[in-house]
Design a protein around this ligand. Structure first.
Ligand code: NAD
Ligand code: UD1
Length: 340
């Protein structure tokens, strides 16, 4: 077995960080990405951090011939599938585009994997598939009740992988259900680079801190939480990257398909995050209370026990690390990869 790992969607935020962890653990990443939400600069910077050439094939996963050529050339022993569109609000406005891209890319990728005899897969799922939590912390047995096309698509792809596993006992896969990924590589060279005005909290806060946006709107101060603001399970992207390496490492001993939560198990409120970011940046981040955002929930955090037991992985980095690393990336690259 060779040590190439195919990273589908690997030029994006989580994929580029995972490429670094793979190299640090003796794997060779090869990336396929259509660049619809990323820049080749991320992979150039991964190469400068690791000192290793990372092949980047710029192609859409729905282009089966292009995907086939990658399998033929590199014969990867495993695939990590990050590729897809991820904006929840946009998925409500453009459901067909979301199903076409996210499901179409997955069909084509899985088809070519099977054709090439590659049976080891790690898939980027999301805690969003749980919908409104019935109990906390969220365990993997919580009902699957997504509330938008993005989440429905993730649940469908999880189901497709489960069905493949039932049909083919040689298939091994982990559906990793991420909680809220934030932070950046400590070098400050790569990080999250959202286009336009960010929807998610941490990129919004960091754009305010760097002066690109005037102030944060805190969506609701009357939630049933200790300080009234929403609570989430933020996880450092390098911890998440290491979870993928742990999953790839565990695949050969894995029987069938398993869904695994990837979170810290700790809830952090919006106001706690703002305070931690202000400390990291050495300046107050201005904020004001605004009405609740439609579709939001009060609290969401993981039970990460299965990841510990099955993958031997748990998150190590603190909220301060998440804020300091985000700030380093944002302050050194105020326009993301755009200025490169
Ligand atoms: P990202 O947008 O930075 O990365 C996704 C990459 O996939 C991009 O580089 C994009 O160009 C590429 N891509 C999209 N459609 C493609 C296609 N048809 N063919 C080839 N490439 C394609 O997103 P990310 O934050 O790195 O997220 C990675 C994965 O994790 C996504 O599937 C996302 O849904 C999932 N996820 C993300 C979060 C989060 O908060 N970031 C949370 C839970 C799950
Ligand atoms: C969002 C997505 C969810 C996805 C997750 C991780 C929506 C409705 N949900 O959820 O599907 O899985 O990201 O990518 O988009 N907040 C503010 N002000 C802001 C932005 C956010 O107060 O400008 C608050 C929110 O109300 C929430 C917390 O910050 O309490 C985190 O928000 P966000 O980063 O968008 O993540 P999720 O709400 O978990």
């Amino acid at each position: 077995m060779n040590n190439w790992v195919l990273i589908a969607g690997g030029a994006g935020y989580i994929g580029s960080h995972t490429a670094i962890s793979l190299v640090e653990n003796g794997y060779r990443p090869v990336v396929i990405d259509n660049m619809c939400n990323s820049s080749p600069e991320s992979i150039r910077r991964v190469e400068s951090i690791t000192g290793i050439e990372v092949p980047l094939i710029q192609a859409d996963l729905r282009d089966s011939a292009a995907v086939r050529a990658v399998f033929d050339r590199y014969a990867p022993s495993a695939v990590i599938h990050f590729a897809g569109l991820k904006a929840v609000g946009e998925s409500v406005e453009r459901p067909l585009a979301y199903y076409d891209c996210n499901l179409g890319a997955s069909f084509s990728l899985f088809d070519e994997m099977l054709r090439a005899g590659c049976h080891s897969l790690v898939f980027s799922s999301s805690a969003t598939i749980y919908g409104e939590p019935q109990q906390l912390p969220l365990t993997e047995s919580h009902p699957i009740r997504p509330t938008n096309p993005y989440g429905h698509g993730k649940a469908m792809i999880e189901q497709i992988i489960m069905d493949l596993g039932r049909a083919r006992p040689d298939i091994r896969a982990f559906n990793l259900r991420y909680f809220n990924p934030v932070g950046a590589h400590p070098s400050g060279l790569i990080g999250e680079d959202p286009s336009g005005i960010p929807n998610n909290l941490m990129p919004f806060v960091s754009k305010v801190a760097v002066g690109r946006l005037p102030r944060l709107q805190v969506f609701g101060s009357d939630w049933p939480t200790p300080d009234g603001s929403g609570v989430r399970d933020y996880i450092h992207v390098m911890d998440l990257a290491e979870a993928h390496v742990a999953a790839v490492r565990a695949l050969p001993g894995q029987n069938g398909v398993r869904a695994v939560n990837i979170g810290t198990g700790r809830g952090t409120s919006v106001l706690e995050l703002v305070a931690a970011f202000s400390a990291a940046a050495g300046q107050e981040v201005p904020w004001e209370v605004a009405p609740r955002r439609a579709g939001d929930i009060a609290r969401c955090y993981a039970d990460p026990a299965l990841a510990r037991n099955l993958l031997g992985w748990s998150a190590r980095r603190s909220l301060a690390d998440m804020c300091e690393d985000t700030w380093r990336w944002q302050s050194r690259n105020p326009d993301g990869y755009g200025e490169a």
